[in-house]
Design a protein around this ligand. Sequence first.
Ligand code: DC
Length: 191
Amino acid sequence: MAVVITIDGPSGAGKGTICQLVARKLGYHLLDSGALYRLTALAAQNQSVDFSDEVALAAVAASLDVVFKPAESGVKVVLAGEDVSRAIRQEVVGMNASKVAVCQKVRDALLQRQRDFQQSPGLVADGRDMGTTVFPDAEVKVFLTASAEERAQRRVLQLEQSGQAADYDQILLDIEARDKQDTERTSSPLK
Ligand code: DC
């Protein structure tokens, strides 16, 4: 089996940037597992699926028509033929992703799709449960974190640099709510 490096941690810790750099340097594949939860949330939003309907959410996750295309700026995410690379990064999609991620049926529906990324010569996997659940036998497991204040500050900078309005206090509250949801859920919590 191909080598796996897992990098888990809370949102905004810098996992995405580091995973991209490591994957590029080693010539490994890259799995952004958060994108799969974001895509499930976005597709559910678009299809007006009720977020409390676990069976419907799992069906959305199982039928995601997604392609990850290597691009200069990282990876282009195409959902049902539409480039959603920017859309899935919206704050509301992140919050909804955290909600759908609580659902065990959604996690089960996405499990094999994530494991399929383990291909030669190796994989760098970014997420919350990469080292604990998806790739428990990974050769290297990293837990990357930073204080909620530091992560909120970085998110503000990121939004401002892309020309979007950013409210530090609101972002900090959202980050704290998301941390709580991601660490306290029963299914594959962030550890
Ligand atoms: O890493 P991210 O912010 O793109 O992830 C969005 C949400 O998806 C996150 O709040 C929790 C969920 N997620 C998860 O439950 N398990 C993963 N392996 C990755 C993300």
